[in-house]
Design a protein around this ligand. Sequence first.
Ligand code: ADP
Length: 580
Amino acid sequence: MTQQSTSGGQDEKIRAELERLREQIAELEETKRQLEAELKDTSASAPAPITTSAELEATLWWFLRRVGMILQAEKAVLMLYDQETGELVAQSPALGLTKEQVEVFRVRATEGISGQVFREGRPIITDEAMTDPRTVKENVALLNMRNVLTVPLAIERKDADGKVVEKTTIGVFHVFNKRGGERFSEEDITLLTALARSAASVISSARLFIAVSDEKRELEATLQGMLAGVLVVGSDGRVRLMNSAARHIFGVPGDDGTGKPLAQVVRNEEVHGLVQSCLSGNAEGSAELTIFAPEERIYQVQTALLRSDDGDVSGVVTTFNDITEIRSVERMKSEFVSTVSHELRTPLTSIKGFIRTLLDDTEGYYDRDMQREFYQIIDNECDRLVRLISDLLNLSRIESGRSLDLVLTDVDLPATIDRVVDSQRAYAGEHEFEIIVPEDLSPIRADQDKVEQVLTNLLSNAVKYSPEGGKVTVHARDLGDNVSIAVSDEGIGIPPDHIGKLFTRFHRVDSRDTRKQYGTGIGLYLVKHLVEAHHGEVTVESEVGKGSTFTVVLPKQPPVAEDEAEQQKKEPEGDDGEPG
Ligand code: ADP
């Protein structure tokens, strides 16, 4: 009886245990079914594509947590194969691993369990990671592995019948340490293999998407950042794309242009013509167009056909390169050449004229004073020629990128100012000169010829651009480490919109008063370069009709770079050292 009842009690226990196991199995099967349904679902209904690394990370994190739950594993980590290093590298995020552990967890694709699964493409269960001869012990210790299930991460390409036609292994997927001291089972292998398949496809398509969208973003940024305008018109005549430079040229705000007919967006007949003839006649072309919005600018416009993969014309891409500056420099250059020829001929004509007069005067018609006056004029005209040639040589030096080598000596400023003012008196008509210089102004370290050239250019401008005469003042000041020399006149002055451009080459104020004076537009450009070669600065203040003041500030001791100092020890000056 007793025995019977005991065995009956045991039977009951076993039945109950069996019942519990059955329930567990049913539960597990239900989970598996759900999971498989979910997997099918994710592969069938195309989910919103992952386009950023942050989205991929969030998706993986959600996925790893589910894997941990389903397989009852403490840790889970994906390792991807890095072609460059030949290693399998742990990816972040990982379940149950610290950031530091993920960072150092990597193995060669020829090593350990990871390597074997990667190479053979078959799952492996490791029950005793520490004693298993196949494991890399450092990693086992690092990650506190007890038991491990590793499956390959493979992407499969299937044909229309669902047959796998291509399989690429991109890494491996580990889960570690089954909870409750259990071992990983065959069932776990099936589950993890299915899960790994969907993880691999998510990762590879996300990577592709991220790469493509990164490339697209880069391309868009490049296009938007381009100085040239880019306009893409589809074969239906509608604007497909306009970068910000193109929108600026045609005064189109924001994204307004996209999708609209070209004629509505770009109000320029010539552009329509170019695009149309490209579209209809398949004739790519280029033209130089002056476009007036928002200001007059010259553009080199180029059209090119866009073709789809099958070779059909899908649109026209038009680029607009602003060549206004190039054209204006070209114009200025050609004007410059004619001005220079004129500037060279004028003094020569005058020199030749006076010499001829003196030579022809065999009768002694001109007295000594008169002859002296002629010689004085000839002398002045020679100075003017020398100055012009010296300016031209300096200009060519700057233009060819060569430095204006300085020959530093102690320059006595009061004496230099006196000398330059004296030489200018010869050209001055009604002008009065005033020199204000502190008595104790000490010499400065500078290039004597170049300082004279700067002062000569400023003084000759002061005289030239005050045709009615007036006072020309040279005012030197001691500023401690620097000296300033201000050259003021009471002449025609400079309009405010020209002030910023005065020191650029060939720039002349386009006014009747200026045109009356000879000039090349390179004097102030040279002044700026010569002063800056001394590490100094030149500024201007002016009022139209009242006069102008140009102020040069020079350091008493310019900082000399080593190579400059070396240079000075050698043969100092080239072919352009003539003072003005
Ligand atoms: P330029 O050979 O024409 O005199 P610069 O480079 O010396 O060339 O000067 C450039 C332009 O700046 C001049 O054409 C003139 O319009 C203006 N300018 C220079 N100095 C003065 C001044 N003191 N007063 C008025 N205008 C000046």
